[in-house]
Design a protein. Structure first.
Length: 336
């Protein structure tokens, strides 16, 4: 009997030190953040140590980790050079866009280098934080009808409303119309008190929240009164032709096939439509098909229509949300 060759266990990557230099010490202070908070986020995410030495940062870790940290730090510093700010969300975006498997280095972190990925509204600027979000934002500007499909927390509706506001304040559309099906999420709320607006507003609240993030509250109220912004249940769309408007349908997985067809055929001259939904959160009665899934099948390949998809990797809420969604996805794969 032959003697089997002993396998050499893989050797751990060597830890060494490299330096990244930043000429403007004031910007370096902003890069590090208060009490070096920004540096701590990068260290925690990449598993290396970053030490401040004059106008340099010493990166202590493996070669791959040091390269990725240098890329992230240079991208963030370039952002500061353009007079823009950093926060936890920006750093999270930089780390996501530098992840292994992202595009070649010439394209990575492009959102930090003034390439137009930023969405500017009256109250704030919004930037896509993942590759899927960047592709989605491009589609919202390039297509008259765009679908965003994926789990909660991936920015589908938030980015759509941001682009709607950008089109509106830029004069490209005359009004914004935000809609969603008034379907209860597995609960029976009974007969709500008040007039029609008071009855449907609880269903529409996420749309109000997004809108108020991008426009001053007084302006939102004025535009609602003038009906230049409308927030209405899907059922109210029947019989209308929506011209020169930016229209967003949220929670589209809860539209029936008939409702979806009705909505899509409201598109008028000079208008754009965005349809967002999560196929895993259908609240329709048992046996009723989702109009979102049917629209995917029927409209695939139609010119002027784009489909963008998100996964748990694109969740930009609390990191635990991404892990919860990923766990449910794994369970669906094993039990489905």
């Amino acid at each position: 009997m032959g003697i089997s060759a002993l396998k050499t266990p893989p050797q751990p990557e060597e830890v060494s030190e490299s330096f990244v230099e930043f000429p403007d010490n004031r910007l370096l202070i902003d890069l590090c953040g208060e009490y070096d908070r920004n540096i701590a986020l990068i260290e925690h995410h990449l598993g290396l140590n970053i030490l401040r030495r004059g106008n340099q940062l010493a990166l202590v870790g493996t070669g791959a980790d040091r390269d990725r940290a240098a890329q992230v730090l240079n991208g963030l510093y370039a952002r500061l050079e353009e007079g823009r700010t950093l926060d936890g969300g920006t750093i999270d975006a930089a780390l996501r866009l530098s992840a292994p498997g992202a595009p070649a280095s010439g394209d990575q972190l492009e959102m930090f280098r003034g390439t137009g990925a930023e969405i500017r509204t009256r109250k704030k600027s919004v930037e896509p934080r993942t590759e899927a979000q960047k592709a989605y934002v491009r589609a919202l500007f390039d297509h008259e009808m765009a679908f965003g499909i994926g789990p909660a927390g991936t920015g589908k509706t938030y980015l759509a409303v941001a682009v709607a506001v950008t089109h509106f304040i830029g004069g490209h559309v005359d009004k914004i119309l935000l809609s969603r099906p008034a379907v209860e999420a597995g609960e029976r709320l009974g007969f709500l008190p008040g007039d029609m607006k008071e009855k449907v507003d609880p269903y529409m609240q996420p749309l109000y929240d997004a809108l108020n993030d991008f426009l001053p509250a007084k302006q939102v109220q004025k535009l609602l009164e003038e009906k230049r912004i409308e927030i209405a249940p899907l059922a109210f769309m029947r019989g209308r032709t929506l011209s020169n408007a930016f229209v967003v349908l949220d929670e589209a997985q809860n539209a029936t096939p008939m409702q979806m067809k009705m909505f899509l055929t409201r598109l008028g001259e000079g208008s754009r439509m965005v349809i967002t939904g999560d196929r895993t959160q259908v609240d329709l009665p048992r046996g009723v098909k989702s109009g979102l899934s049917e629209a995917e099948r029927i409209l695939e390949g139609i010119k002027g229509v784009s489909f963008n998809y998100f996964t748990s990797a694109d969740v930009v809420r609390h990191p635990l949300v991404a892990r919860v969604i990923a766990a449910y996805e794994r369970d669906d794969e094993t039990t489905g």
